[in-house]
Design a protein around this ligand. Sequence first.
Ligand code: BES
Ligand code: MN
Ligand code: ZN
Length: 496
Amino acid sequence: MRFLTKNIKENTSDIIITFIYENQKTSSELFEYLNELSNGELAKQIFEFKTIKGSLCETFKYSINKSKKVIVAGLGKKECLTRQKFSQVVASAARCTKNIVGAKSLGFELIENKNKCSCEFSDFSKSEAARIIFTSARIGLYEFNKYLSDKKETIESIVLIDNEITSEIEYGAQVGAYTSFAMKFAKDLINESAQIVTPEYIACLAQEIAKEHKLEAKIFNLSQIQEQGMNAFLAVGQGSTNEPKFIHLTYRPKNGKIRKKIALIGKGITFDSGGLDIKPATSMLTMKTDMSGTASVLGVIQAIAKIQPEIELHVISALCENMPSGKAYKQGDVLVAKNGKTIEVDNTDAEGRITLADALCYADTLEVDEVIDIATLTGAVIVSLGHNITGVMGNNQKQIDKFIEISKLSCENTWQMPILEEMKDNLKSEIADMKNTGGRNAGTSTAAWFLSNFTKSNSWLHLDIAGTAAPEKSNKETLGGPTGVMIRTLINYLIS
Ligand code: BES
Ligand code: MN
Ligand code: ZN
């Protein structure tokens, strides 16, 4: 995919997307220009015949000639437009161009929204719109067609159309393009079969990423993981014939200036069968996506290496497969984590928190200012928040507040869930420091409390993306399947 900026006259996109508000006459320069090309027909269709009202995500296709099409996309009520709604409009408009034969490039009108409505974070500048367009258009167009014999033609370039492309707009556009690359990367990796995406496959990929972006790479094999004392993590992977791997990539800015050090940990279960507590078939069906956390953090570090913010970023993942076999870890086993704490295995399907425990301990050795983990951790978060909201937890309210604010600015939904000391009782064990699962109640918070035992950081943030990483149903932005959720927020958080 190519990302370009063009002024109105010089733009040659096959399809041009222009926006209208509900029940309002638009008079943008681009609209006037397109209306002229259509000999006034465009305005007639919209304002006289009311072919489109302009409600949110409504679209109207108009052909100027054989090779030039216009899509008018509704932004909804002017007072109610938010960044997230704009992102949804861009993505759905992009998606509706898919069946237009022969179209190779897609041009978007660059708008701004000065309206501060009662909804939070509604206003946005053209630079922010540029970022949203480059990211959301590509998400809207995304399809995993690698294994389809019958591939449709695809759009090759996305163009921002405006007569005054400032350096701020260029910056927003660039961040948007890198972000969309990170999201596409993650979606592709999550979509790929678990028979291909093994711990070793991801380890090789991490090595390649490090080479391309000049990152430091540490990749540990089985015996090196043993030397590190990450025996809780190893127990989870021991039932599989695929060897576990541990990856640690480090980004440092070229200019050498480091304002903050952050560790970003992704849950990396390349397939979660549940282990001996085997999952029912329908629950296992989507478990190749249990490495979504890893895919996200590997996407994020590539964008960060391009943007070059003044931070040090460590990306960490404990990679393994959770399988039942004669060698698998068992209920009742007591595991010793890297920090010496002991875990009684109550349920082998609560494996993510065990692998994350050792990854968190490892992050403690790096002396970073903040630790963030992202994990498809609990089915319970789906019960609480559904498929469109990511659960946020942590031990530093300031950090949590900042993260949630940035998620809103990044067009993503988050909600804080509590961690209380009382959760300890749920995981009480007679023979070890804690069990890995409690009862059914408050599953998301209990899992987070479990994790909190394995970090010394007082700025630790935990994201439970089990509901949002790969929901089956489509939403306004993206088709069902892997979403690349939280990548936008994480990138914006890291460069803020
Ligand atoms: N990977 C799952 C969580 C999950 C569920 C992710 C649905 C995506 C969609 C996790 O390892 C798991 O199995 N969790 C168990 C924990 C339980 C045994 C306490 C769960 O949530 O059922
Ligand atoms: Mn599991
Ligand atoms: Zn899992």
